[in-house]
Structures are given as C-alpha cells and as structure tokens.
Write a protein that binds this ligand. Structure first.
Ligand SMILES: Nc1ncnc2c1ncn2[C@@H]1O[C@H](COP(=O)(O)OP(=O)(O)O)[C@@H](O)[C@H]1O
Ligand SMILES: [Mg+2]
Length: 495
C-alpha cells in the first residue's frame, strides 16, 4: 500500500554519520557507555515492581532516543493514559507530523487479510500466515477462558486440531472466493458436515456454505502443490471432521470460533477487516509512528485481540522486509507487556536484528509474565522469549523469580573470604613475615552471585525530590567497565 502521509522525518536533515547503522549510538547508560541501534534491534525487556520507575525511567528514555533517531514504530497501549504519554514523547521529539492514532474515533482502518494477501507470495503462504495469526489470537482466548492453560496433552491435541480446522477452512476459502473474510470462515466451519451420513445427504450438500466452497475450490485452477493440499482439505471435511466424536468436534470448533466470532463483530471487525485499509506496517519504514489506542484495561479482550493482531502483522511484515531498500529502524513498544505477549513473539525475536526492529517490552516480573501467559506450563515459553531479548533492564524488584533470574544471568564472581581465627594478629602475619604459621587463618576462594538480592531491592524508584530511578542493565555478551556484565544506570524521570 502506498502511504497517504507526508512524513516529517524524511524532510529532516540527516547528520553526517548514519544514525540508523547498527553501530550508531542511541543513548548512553553512563558517560561513554553507549547503547547502540544493533543492541536495540535485538530486543529489550524492562522489569520492575509497580512504581519502580519503569515507565517514567528507562522506557521513557528508550522511547525518546528512538523517536529522536527517526525510528518509525508502533506503540501498543494497556493503560488509559498511555496514549497521552506517547503523544507527549512524539511531540517532545518534534515528530508530530509522523503521528498516526489508530482508534475508533479516528479515521485509520486496517485489513489484516488484505495485507496478508498482498504480501504472501502464493495461496499456500497466505493460508499458513492467516492460520498462524488466528492461532495466536486463539491462544489469548484459551488463557482467559480457562483461567490459565495447563500446557497438557489434551490441550495440545485440541490446539493442533483447531489449527487443522483453520488451515483447511482457509484453504477452501482462498481457492473459492475472491475476497476472504472472517465471517465467511466462521460460516464455513459452522456449516461443515457433522456425520458421514450428512456428507452424502442432498439437503446438506444443497444448503451448506462449506460444501459450496469445497465444490468451487475443487473446480478452481490450481498448482500441483495446491492440488495436493486441497485433497487433504477435502479428506478432512468429508471424512475426518464428520467422524470425530461430537464432544471433540465441539471443543475444537469452539476453540476456533471463539476468535472468529470476536473478529466478526464490533470494533475488531471495523478496525481490522475494513474494506478501506489506509494503514500498513510498511508506513513505519517511512517514519510513521502509530499509537494503537485500544488500552487493554479499557477494551479488555477486544483491546488485546486488536493489538496482538497488529503486533503479529507488524512482525510478519518486518520479517519480509528488505532493508537494503530502506534501512530505517522501527520499534514496537509495549508497557505492561504481559497482557500482549503470545508464543509467536519469541519466533520473531530470533530474527529481529536483521529486520532492524527494536522491540521494547516492560513488565513487572517473571512471575507476572508466567501467570499472564498461562500458569506454570508457560514457564519455558517465557524463558524462550527472554532469551531472545538481549538487553535486560531491572528496576527495583522484589519478585524472587526475577531476582534469581538476574542473579543467574549476571553469574558468579570470585570472592576472597578471610577464614580462621583473625584475632591473633601474629598468626595472620606469620606467613607474610616468612615464618611458618601455626594458626588456621588465611583466605579462601568462593564463588558467589555477583549481585545480591539487596542490590535489586535498594534501587531508587524515583519521585521527589531527586526524580531519578535506577536500574541494573545487562546486555547479552557485553562487558561493561571493569569487565562487569552489568551496569547500574540512573534515569532522570520524565513527567
Ligand atoms: N507525577 C508524579 N508525581 C509524583 N510522583 C510520581 C509522578 N510520576 C511518577 N512518580 C513516582 O515515580 C515512581 C515511578 O513511577 P513509574 O515510572 O510510573 O513506575 P512503574 O512504571 O515502574 O510502575 C513512582 O514511585 C511514582 O510514585
Ligand atoms: Mg508503569
């Protein structure tokens, strides 16, 4: 899609060095200790208890630096005040010309299916992309529906079956319809045959939208691999699906239709399935700054759904991006990110550097993330994501899991401990004086965590009178002054 906007950042004069090169400095953690574009593009996670200074400290500093460097990007929102906070950052950076606000009371609309259709290289890729997107959204519904997923075998089974249903349904639609819509997918799924007798009955064949699509798809011209895929879809809808037990079928169907239903109605339909899409992830390559103003705490599951789809679509588009044509870095920022994280985020993080996408998440603690992503079964997912966010910033923290995580991350260091009876000065001095000591005093080596829980407890949280917050900064593989793997940084608060 061609951008509709005149973007101010393009007009600004660029400094002599390339501010978008991976080696270009974005900000300084301390004097002469820069954080560079390349590090930003490998992802950032900010931890801190409520009120520890995440939003007004490190997150504000990072947003400010990225905006001033001319990044395009997407701000996701969770709290009501997020919109105004981000507008203020954009204004302070002199980037108001680049600002786009995606909200119901604004004129921007998106069509994620049309975008995928335009970007996918063929029908098979389109089906796979849309299936992945639907399953990412379905993951959100499963969490809120069951009060946290167990990650057990039965859950995995239903998830796999729902994925097959989505994939086969979408393939039938892609082959039979010019325009694909979520309500059509919903109609196809709910009109599929529910018994082997029904498959052969004339009344079902005449009245079923599913059957009409299968017949049209069968007649449509297709490549050899499309033919092979469609044969599987035919077998699925005419043999496998009707043969499932009614109970299994109902769970699989409702897993998927809970999402298709949400997407077919109200704000989600208007904002994401608009016939006139006038916003695209590619706008950010030209400098657009988009605020997705659907704060989760106001819009609840619809806010989550809309923003997770935007984030997913943005990540997919960025994964296909050719940075030799335009290498302007972009950001995706989410404060209280636990509300907006899905499995797919981890896969994107693995490749984000080559796409120049600086993803910045802020959250309270690892325990909070695990809870939000579905309970104890989600722990490996959380760690897989964290492992792919190279910069980790930890503000004041009392969550034991997060404290231990930071301690393990930073590692152990050699500590010399005085041992033995130190009260007899003569014994301790004896070896130094060339005499043989009869005492037991001396030094011993121990390996201890380099940072202590107290180091994280005692970080400044900001507020009056100093308006400074502190955090420990860790960058994967980087050594700071004195060979240390961490750095204590101060952030003046932005209010
Ligand atoms: N406008 C303000 N007036 C007084 N105190 C503030 C103001 N803004 C932030 N603070 C204080 O700064 C600290 C950090 O706030 P914040 O960055 O919002 O924390 P977090 O995002 O980690 O929850 C808090 O302890 C808060 O009390
Ligand atoms: Mg905050």
């Amino acid at each position: 899609m061609k951008s509709l906007f005149h973007l101010g950042a393009k007009k600004r004069r660029q400094p002599a060095y390339d501010p978008w090169d991976l080696s270009a400095p974005l900000l300084e953690w301390a004097d002469d200790v820069p954080w560079r574009v390349g590090s930003a593009a490998m992802g950032t996670m900010i931890f801190g208890s409520t009120g520890s200074g995440k939003s007004t400290g490190s997150l504000a500093a990072i947003c400010n630096a990225q905006l001033r460097a001319g990044f395009g990007g997407l701000f996701l929102t969770t709290k009501l005040e997020d919109r105004d906070t981000y507008i203020k950052y954009v204004r302070d950076a002199g980037r108001m010309d680049d600002l786009l606000i995606f909200s119901p009371d604004n004129w921007l609309r998106y069509n994620f299916i049309a975008e995928e259709r335009a970007q996918s290289k063929d029908g098979i890729a389109l089906v796979e992309n849309l299936t992945a997107l639907l399953m990412a959204v379905t993951e959100l519904g499963e969490r809120s529906g069951s009060g946290g997923s167990s990650g057990g075998d039965s859950e995995r089974f239903f998830r796999l079956e729902a994925t097959r249903l989505a994939r086969n349904g979408l393939l039938a639609l892609v082959l039979s319809r010019d325009v694909i819509t979520i309500p059509d997918l919903h109609k196809l799924i709910t009109s599929a045959a529910v018994s082997l007798e029904q498959v052969t009955s004339e009344s079902w064949q005449q009245g079923s939208f599913c059957f009409a699509c299968l017949r049209a798809a069968d007649d449509a011209p297709k490549s050899e691999s499309m033919r092979a895929d469609f044969d599987l879809a035919l077998t699925y809808f005419l043999n496998e699906w009707p043969a499932l037990s009614a109970r299994t079928r109902s769970v699989v169907q409702s897993t998927l239709t809970s999402s298709t239903d949400l997407l077919s109605r109200g704000a989600a339909r208007d904002m994401l399935s608009s016939p006139t899409s006038n916003i695209s992830p590619t706008d950010c390559y030209e400098g657009a700054i988009i605020i997705a103003d659907f704060p989760v705490l106001l819009y609840h599951d619809i806010g989550q759904l809309i923003q997770v789809i935007l984030k997913f679509a943005w990540q997919r588009a960025h994964a296909r991006r050719d940075i030799s044509v335009n290498h302007r870095p972009t950001f995706i920022v989410a404060d209280e990110a636990q509300m907006l994280l899905v499995d797919a985020d981890q896969q994107f993080q693995a490749i984000s550097r080559s796409t120049r996408t600086a993803v910045v998440y802020a959250t309270q603690s690892i325990s909070g993330m695990i809870d939000a992503m579905g309970g104890t079964g989600a722990e490996p997912k959380v760690h897989a994501l964290l492992g792919n966010l190279q910069t980790r910033i930890c503000h004041q923290q009392s969550d034991i899991r997060t404290v231990q995580y930071m301690q393990e991350l930073i590692g152990h260091s050699r500590q010399l401990m005085m041992t033995g009876n130190q009260s007899h000065e003569a014994d301790w001095l004896a070896p130094l004086m060339g005499q043989t000591s009869g005492g037991s005093a001396g030094f011993s080596e121990t390996f201890e965590h380099e940072i202590h829980a107290a180091d994280l407890h005692s970080l400044a949280k900001g507020g009056p009178p100093h308006w400074m917050t502190e955090a420990l900064v860790y960058e994967g593989g980087r050594r700071f002054l004195g060979g240390k793997r961490w750095l204590r940084a101060g952030f003046p608060q932005r209010r």
